[in-house]
Design a protein around this ligand. Structure first.
Ligand code: SF4
Ligand code: SF4
Length: 288
C-alpha cells in the first residue's frame, strides 16, 4: 500500500514542485561550490573552465567542511564529491546520499582523472575504497571521447562494489568549443543506446529513469534544451555569487547539453513516474 501511494504521489509532488519553481521563481535544487579549489585536474572539467582561475574570496577547507555540516543539519541530503577527501561514515549523516564522480572503470578513470598529487594516490583506487559496500553512495560517470568505450566495463565493475547505483551524463562543451574531447552526435546516440541496453539488464542499479536516459539523445536535447527548466535549480560560486543560468555558466552549449539532472527534470515534467521515483526529494546540494 505504501509503495502504491508512493508511486502515485511522488510524480505528482515532483511535478508540482517544478511548476511552483517556475511560477514563483523558487528553485528547489541548489548547489554550492563549498571552496574554489580542487586537488584534481580532470579532463574536460567545466569548473576548471569557468572558475579555477578566478580569485574568489572563499572559505578555508575547515570552514568549507563546517558549512557542509551546517547545510546537512538544515536538510541537505545530497553531497556531490570527487571522493578523495573521504566521506562521513555510513549512517553518520542519516538520509544522506553521496554522489561520487567516477568516469569509468580503472582504464577510463586513469584517462580522465588519473593521479591525485595531493594525496599521492590513484583516483580510481581512492573512489573504490570510499564507495565500497556503501548503499548510500552512487557513482556518476561523465561520458566523453576519453571513456566512451568504458561504459559497460564501468557498470559491470561498479555492480560488484555493493553500492547504490550509477548515473550517467555527457560532457557539456561551451558554445563554439570543437575539441575532440566531446562526442559527435552520432557517437553520443550510440552511447545512449548502450546505456539503455545496460539499463534493461541492470534495472534500478542504473539509477535514472529510462526516459531521463533517452532525453540525453542529441535529437531529444535539441527539442527540450530551448525550454530547459533552469528555474528549478540555482548554483552558487564559492564566494556566494549566483552562477548565471545553470551549473555550466552562461557559455554552456545548450544544443550539446549532457546534464542528467535536467533530463530527469524534463522527464518528470513529461509525467514519467520512473524518473520521479529516482529524483531525490527536494534537497539542497553541496558540491566538492
Ligand atoms: S574533481 Fe571535479 S572540480 Fe575537480 S577537476 Fe575534477 S571535475 Fe573538476
Ligand atoms: S547548458 Fe544549462 S541551460 Fe543549457 S540546456 Fe544544459 S543545463 Fe540547460
Amino acid at each position: 500500500m505504501r509503495r502504491l501511494t508512493q508511486n502515485l504521489l511522488v510524480p505528482v509532488v515532483m511535478r508540482l514542485l517544478i511548476w511552483h519553481a517556475e511560477k514563483r521563481k523558487r528553485p528547489f535544487i541548489g548547489s554550492i561550490n563549498v571552496v574554489n579549489r580542487c586537488n584534481l585536474h580532470c579532463a574536460g572539467c567545466y569548473w576548471t573552465r569557468t572558475e579555477r582561475e578566478q580569485d574568489r574570496v572563499e572559505l578555508s577547507i575547515e570552514e568549507g567542511a563546517e558549512l557542509v555540516h551546517t547545510l546537512w543539519k538544515r536538510g541537505t541530503s545530497i553531497i556531490v564529491t570527487n571522493g578523495t577527501y573521504g566521506l562521513p561514515a555510513p549512517n553518520e549523516w542519516p538520509r544522506t546520499q553521496y554522489y561520487v564522480s567516477c568516469d569509468g572503470d580503472k582504464a577510463g578513470m586513469d584517462r580522465v582523472r588519473g593521479f591525485d598529487v595531493v594525496h599521492k594516490a590513484n583516483v580510481f583506487e581512492q573512489v573504490k575504497s570510499v564507495a565500497f559496500h556503501r548503499k548510500d553512495v552512487k557513482l556518476t560517470m561523465t561520458i566523453s571521447k576519453l571513456n566512451v568505450d568504458r561504459i559497460e566495463a564501468f557498470v559491470r565493475e561498479a555492480a560488484t562494489w555493493g553500492i547504490g547505483g550509477v548515473v550517467f551524463s555527457f560532457a557539456t562543451p561551451n558554445v563554439g568549443e570543437r575539441q575532440s574531447f566531446y562526442l559527435t552526435a552520432e557517437r553520443k546516440e550510440q552511447a545512449v543506446q548502450e546505456v539503455l541496453r545496460l539499463k534493461r539488464e541492470f534495472r534500478d542499479f542504473i539509477a535514472m529513469g529510462t526516459r531521463a536516459i533517452e532525453l540525453l539523445r542529441p535529437s531529444e536535447v535539441a527539442r527540450w534544451s530551448p525550454r530547459c527548466p533552469t528555474f528549478a535549480a540555482q548554483s552558487v560560486r564559492a564566494d556566494g555569487q549566483l552562477i548565471e543560468r545553470c551549473i555550466f555558466g552562461p557559455e554552456g552549449d545548450c544544443s550539446r547539453c549532457g546534464c542528467n539532472i535536467y533530463t530527469t527534470l524534463v522527464a518528470v515534467q513529461e509525467g514519467d513516474r520512473e524518473s520521479a521515483r529516482f529524483m531525490t526529494p527536494p534537497a539542497r546540494v553541496a558540491s566538492k
